[in-house]
Design a protein. Sequence first.
Lengths: 550, 210
Amino acid sequence: MSRNLVELVRRQHTVQAPTALQVLKAAMDARGEITDEDRRLAAEASGLPEAAVYGVSTFYDDLRAPRGRRHIRVCTGTACWAATADAHVDSVRDGLGLTLGERSEDGSVSLAETVCLGFCHSSPAIRDGDRIDAGPGAVERLLGGTTADAAEPEWISVLEEPVLTRPGDWSGLARALAELEPEQLLAEVKDANARGRGGAGFPAGQKWEFTRASPGEQKFIVANGDEGDPGSYIDKYLIERNPMLLLEGMALAGYAVGAEHGFVLVRSEYPHSKPILEAAAAQARELGWLGEDIAGSGFDFDVTVLEGGGSYVVGEETALLACVEGLRGTVSARPPFPAQKGLFGMPTVVNNTETLINVPFIARNGAPAYRDLSPGGSPGTKLICFNERFARPGVYEVRFGTSMRELCEDLAGGLIDGHEIKALQIGGPLGGILPASRLDVGFDFDALKAEGCMVGHGGIVAFDERTDIRALARHLLRFGAHESCGKCFPCRIGLTRAYEMFGAEQPVERARLEPLLETLELASLCAHGSGMPAPIRSLVAHFPDELGLI
Amino acid sequence: MQVTIDGNSVEVSSETTVLEAIRSLGGDVPTLCFDQRQAPFGACRVCLVGVEGAPGPIPACTTPCRDGMTIDTEDATARRVVKAVVELVLSELPDPPAEHTELAVVARGLGVGEPRWTGRRHEVRHDQRHPYLAFQHELCISCGRCVRACDEVQGAFALTATGRGFDANVAAGLDAGFRNSTCVSCGACADTCPTDAIIEITLLQMSDVP
């Protein structure tokens, strides 16, 4: 995408035109397919050139597969894979007589795959229209026409006084507006050393400081709710169960850096997130916590909620901004960083939603109290979640530094039905894989890094003793290749080649695998291409024989 | 500020990219997605160079110079990785690129032979509906130069990147050919294309392409 296109979008935004992505999504929802006429209308409404609209319509998963009157999406995420090794996908495909991405000739039913529905606690998950069914019997209910809403477990905090699972009450913003200058709030967040919770672990205070210092007519806060990690449903929980705390965190970020508007991008795979968050924003406006002159302080702040279109890489911050602008969700080279030139070319804070919900505690209680939350570990607390293989799957708020064994065995109760952990994938598809023999490592940024793993976004997916390691490598690389945005050459081609190596029947030659992984790691533009080798390297290190390496 | 490139020092401004600094000294590194008439894009990763103290190679085209930077254009890791990237690019084409193309020149310069990785290749798809411009989609390597030429240089916005991942490509308008788009037949896309995916029709007629 070029700078001219971004400027074009900025001008359209100032006249409140809808984005091309929004118009195309609405067309898909209304008619189940996108025609050239829809693209022309989207170009007219959004002010984008027709070619650019065409490019958008070929990028997002939600815009590509035609939909029948009944549209079924089967989850191919890693938790569902860990549960069935994709048997549920085959059953649905055979039962409906459709391939993935196909619509029946009479238009009555269509089938697509989706990664992931965020019901990793009760796999396999299947979406029938906007209803999500999951767990044992989901396939049979779908085929029998009796799909039911799957239950979601409560989230649990191990802290006596929860930080992230405490319902937002705007007390942090109230204190900040009454007692702290923006610079003081910024200093407090920096002093708290809150690290980004989206995967990269970058200190939030530093991002804010850069944004505050960057010149710009306007500044923006963008909350990254595009938690695409297969096997993670943390953002889903925090957005749908604690929307006020997220809005409060965004308002605090706006106050600290001098922004009056925020955007939240939520996933379309979570159909309830946008309406829940919009209802919370409307309530916050009624209460006077969003809007003009909040609590008589003279500070104005409001929030717009947007929904993505089905793309994992849109979780990368520059791609996220492109998606908010309604453009193709491809990655841009940094610098310039979003703090310098972000949304519509203006200085922008992009924080993960979980990072932002840490801020109200800091604003209310100060940095020292925040740093004390995890004695001996990284500051603050962390939300983690477990997949269906565990006896007590769900979202938990925990302290940093707790050992993986305690988390998996004491908190999540070990695996169901007497199964044993063969390996864990921690922190998403770019996270390394920890074999069962290494469970005593602490859950923390540096400790996990030493094991070739990462905190990432906090999703913990267990693979039991029956898991075919080569099939796991294939599953991960299929996802990686499918989700590559196609911008940089190493990722665009290299992930497909890596998938092909493990997809073939032949043994994988180390002499060809190693330089391919190195090229992905060192040459890719973003963490998708450079991170996908991490789990493969773990498998090479811990399960070389099962991988079929020569 | 001052940077050192392969042992030679040069004064640069803070706006200067590493690639500009290298070229200002008469040196060079290969590029595929870079065209000096356009904003740097950072897609091909063929301009990677070594920088002292950096954890890995950095792209010269999108990295601004920092005072005291020590740049090695012959860094062994960077050269090894760049060669692999070009191999990957060759592996997606149904046939080797024509010898005169920028891609072929870069591949020869790096001594790239048969790709070590093979698999799916681009599907052959030709569009010759325009009287002056022909499009051979299978030769497209998604460098984005034609899209940016159309947008940043010509201001016609007739081209777009399409698809994603391995299926990424380029289309004019609503993918119904140049004639059914806002194309003004300026030829800037063909001029910048490093693989002959877009070519002026007279040149096409002179070549052996069907």
